[in-house]
Design a protein around this ligand. Structure first.
Ligand SMILES: [Ca+2]
Ligand SMILES: [Ca+2]
Length: 290
């Protein structure tokens, strides 16, 4: 009984101390539903406050509701900038100078959102070494302007787009269905699959380096590297889906700088004429095809 009194007193004490949000979570009954990229979690007998969703978790009014992963996908893309490495490029690998630099230049926080990775993912070398962060969107099969789900991801030298652990396939907690897949990068033009791709709980590989017909806009959307692979177009230094004279001009003041820089479009850690005259300038006039 004393324990009950103590709890009651504690509850009253808490209630009287400037709690501006009701924290009643009466029961876990209810369910959730998803449509068009929005997930609604509703419960029985309580005031709805808010929820937050991530790739694998939904947090609602103090409840943590595990969501089953229903989509696994392994996109494969190449970036023109790091794909121009005259040595590695011929082997079908992108350069990974931003990773192999000491200290590592790739940030552990994604440049696109608050996703983080462990610094240890940058210790992997070889074909699965990390080139940079990319951003992946799954878009509605009937209206590809609608982004159903998205996440930051890591790009390996051989083109595999993997989760932030640096090795496993991407996972999305959305219904098994067909989705367009878009991949964007901080200084390259994004690409969109030409068609929706059927995705389910087993990993589907979506190779966007081999076939122009698999890419929205075809030859307008990508460049072909000397090894034959198609790649995202380098040079969108001021990221707006277009490579304009301004992208070229904005690069000039950073000649000679080193680091993790948008103007370093070949991604070797330095901004040199090779970035500006050999990559960005020839691509002026190109634009994202979706
Ligand atoms: Ca631009
Ligand atoms: Ca460079």
């Amino acid at each position: 009984m004393r324990i009950l009194y103590t709890l009651a007193f504690f509850s009253i004490f808490c209630a009287s101390n400037a709690q501006s949000i009701d924290r009643f979570s009466i029961d876990s009954g209810g369910t959730s539903t998803s449509a068009g990229g929005i997930q609604i979690v509703y419960t029985i007998g309580e005031v709805h406050v808010a929820e937050r969703t991530s790739a694998t978790l939904s947090l609602s009014e103090g409840f943590i509701v595990p969501q089953s992963v229903s989509i696994r996908v392994n996109p494969i893309v190449f970036l023109q900038g790091p794909g121009t490495d005259p040595f590695a490029g011929e082997l079908g690998l992108m350069r990974d100078n931003l990773r192999s630099a000491d200290p590592v230049l790739i940030p552990t926080t994604s440049p696109y959102d608050s996703s983080i990775c462990d610094a240890s993912v940058f210790s992997v070398t070889g074909e699965n070494a990390i080139v940079d962060w990319v951003f992946v969107e799954l878009r509605d099969a009937t209206d590809p302007s609608v982004i159903v789900a998205s996440q930051s991801a890591l790009l390996q030298r051989d083109g595999d787009v993997v989760s932030s652990d640096g090795s496993t396939s991407l996972q999305f907690s959305i219904p098994e269905s067909s989705y367009y897949i878009a991949i964007t990068h901080r200084n390259h033009l994004g690409i969109l699959s030409a068609n929706p791709v059927a995705l389910d709980n087993t990993t589907t590989m979506v190779d966007m380096t081999q076939n122009l017909s698999s890419i929205s806009g075809g030859s307008l959307a990508v460049v072909q590297l000397t090894n034959g692979q198609y790649a995202l177009i380098a040079g969108d230094v001021t990221p707006d889906g277009q490579i304009l004279t301004t992208d070229y001009l904005n690069s000039l003041p950073s000649i000679g700088l080193s680091g993790y820089l948008t103007t370093d479009v070949n991604m070797d850690g330095q901004v040199l004429n090779t970035d500006i005259l050999l990559l960005t300038l020839p691509n002026v006039g190109r634009s994202q095809q979706y």
